[in-house]
Ligand binder design. Structure first.
Ligand code: GLV
Length: 381
């Protein structure tokens, strides 16, 4: 294959370089995966308006997300097990994002810890928080993020109970991986990945191990979430989190106008329209199909961001046209990471930038900040 030209090329390579259990952890949705597919399909159904004979020089993709300058309106989404796609994955992805000029969001369920990522970056990154039953542990995570200089806290609202992903169960997903013949085979057929893993000590959940009490089976996401995540989480808890954190706050995982209004009432800085990449409520609508309604409902009170299904710069442009101030990519950067390490994340970001830049020009626009619904050939929603 020639050098990867698309996110799909990076996915193709990642499938060949990452052990099946971790590749499929990224490339999966819950139950029938209908919402996972809808996220991508609904982007494809949106058509752009071709414009000609307009000055296309001096284009700009720069913007802001929650007041932070971004080289393009794309942040790296928080993703679990990232350090299992490639050794030290979160540290590499954070460096790539920093060099590119877009935010990196570290997941609570990361392999590299908050402190690991802080040790290799020079600019603040964002931290994603899962709210656990053990509030002392939550408080401790918030304090660690503050000490590391994180500049935004992203609270996930849509994963207090885990949607079932059949592939993870079939694969016996865990971190560190088990040493059954099936798992050893999956790893042995990925020698480059194994070499990387032998060269790092980071092979389990770095934010949790040594910090949380009473964790019986940390290696399994299913039992860990069932035991530790707080299913009573409510809007009232956001008040407490806001007080503990005292900085920029983003609420991730809202897919409904009423919930978006409640998120705006909390005084948070942004809401992320998201169905968790189709990994939670299978049967929920795609994120992009819900974006316009949520933008109309709360745009004056809170920034609206979106994730789910973005696989190209064209998709970023469509999301911005439908009112998103920012977008997030999860799988696209994970595929880059699994395929080629940091270089693959650099490549994923530059692929998206190039696609976004040229597509914006072909729609007759020179500045991403002036992109609106007028660039769509027809309004699908
Ligand atoms: C965790 O955030 C997951 O979706 O697996």
């Amino acid at each position: 294959m020639t050098a990867p030209l698309t996110i799909a090329d990076l996915k193709w390579l990642a499938r060949r370089r990452v052990p099946k259990m971790f590749f499929e952890y990224a490339d999966s949705g819950s139950w029938t995966e209908g919402t996972y597919r809808a996220n991508e399909d609904d982007f494809a159904a949106i058509k752009l308006r071709q414009r000609v004979m307009v000055d296309m020089t001096n284009r700009s993709l720069t913007s802001t997300m929650i007041g932070h300058d971004v080289a393009m309106p794309v942040a790296l989404a928080p993703t679990g097990f990232t350090g299992m796609q490639h050794a030290d994955g979160e540290m590499l992805a954070a460096k790539a994002a920093e060099e590119f000029g877009v935010p990196f969001t570290l997941s609570t369920m990361s392999i590299c810890s908050i402190e690991d990522v802080a040790s290799v970056t020079t600019k603040p990154f964002w931290f994603q928080l899962y709210v656990m039953r053990d509030r002392d542990f939550v408080q401790n995570l918030i304090d660690r993020a503050k000490r590391a200089g994180c500049s935004a806290l992203v609270v996930t609202a849509d994963l207090q109970i885990l949607g079932q992903r059949h592939k993870d169960i079939h694969n016996g997903l865990s971190a560190p991986p088990k040493f059954t013949p099936k798992h050893v085979w999956q790893m042995a057929t990925r020698p480059q990945w194994c070499l990387g893993m032998l060269g790092t000590k980071r092979r389990t959940f770095g934010n949790i191990v040594g910090h949380a009490k009473n964790v019986s089976d940390l290696s399994s996401l299913g039992s860990w979430t069932a035991e530790q995540f707080d299913p009573r989480l409510s809007w009232k808890d956001i008040e407490w989190i806001k007080q503990q954190w005292g900085g920029k706050l983003i609420i991730k995982g809202v897919l409904d106008e009423e919930d978006a209004r409640a998120a705006a009432d909390t005084g948070a800085d942004a809401v992320i329209v998201s169905n968790h990449g189709g990994r939670q409520l299978d049967g929920a609508p795609s994120s992009i199909s819900m974006l316009p309604k949520i933008v109309d409902a709360v745009r004056d009170r809170i920034e609206v961001h979106v994730d789910g299904g973005i696989r190209s710069g064209q998709d970023v442009l469509k999301a911005v046209a439908l009112g998103a101030r920012g977008t997030y990519i999860g799988r696209p950067f994970l595929y880059g990471l699994g395929a080629m390490g940091k270089e693959g994340v650099d490549l994923a970001l530059s692929i998206l930038r190039k696609e976004l830049d040229v597509t914006m020009a072909l729609c007759g626009k020179r500045d991403i900040q002036t992109v609106d619904r007028s660039i769509l050939a027809h309004n699908p929603y």
